[in-house]
Write a protein of this length. Structure first.
Length: 150
């Protein structure tokens, strides 16, 4: 199997029998958990970039939380754009053999959360993103060790 850096879809990630039959799940199943996580993150980032998401930020959660390895935060220009970004990400994940992603917030599309196992995606309208300011919450400074003067 070949892994192509910057793979945007399932056909770039695999070769052999899976590529011939179009069965993308074969490619992801053969990856180690760390490789799988990187491929899912790469797929999400490529899709967000292709669909003109704004202010894309990736935050590594390794060592900070056990819920995921990475968090991606991005903005859409409107509710419709946020919904379209979420739909395309979910479709690409399913095409790549990762159909178990969970989603919250699609009806309103102010803040859509996609749980893709090791990658958490937050898609916001700009005003909502500024209000919740997740980047500040998950930044290094927000988790600096407490000083004890004992």
């Amino acid at each position: 199997m070949k892994l192509v850096a910057g793979a945007a879809d399932a056909s770039d990630v695999m070769d052999g029998p899976a590529a011939e039959t179009g069965d993308a799940s074969w490619g992801l199943a053969a990856l180690s958990p760390a490789e799988r996580s990187r491929e899912i993150l790469n797929l999400i980032l490529c899709e967000l970039d292709a669909d003109k998401a704004e202010e894309i930020v990736t935050i590594s959660l390794e060592g900070k939380s056990d819920i995921a390895d990475a968090m991606v935060i991005a903005s859409g220009r409107s509710q419709r754009h946020v919904g379209a970004l979420a739909d395309k990400i979910l479709r690409k994940l399913k095409e790549a053999g990762f159909g178990r992603a969970r989603v919250e917030g699609l009806p309103a599309c102010d803040w859509v959360l996609i749980d893709a196992e090791d990658v958490i995606v937050h898609l916001f309208r700009p005003e909502v993103r500024a209000f919740y300011n997740l980047e500040r919450i998950w930044s290094e400074a927000a988790h600096a060790p407490l000083k004890t003067d004992v």
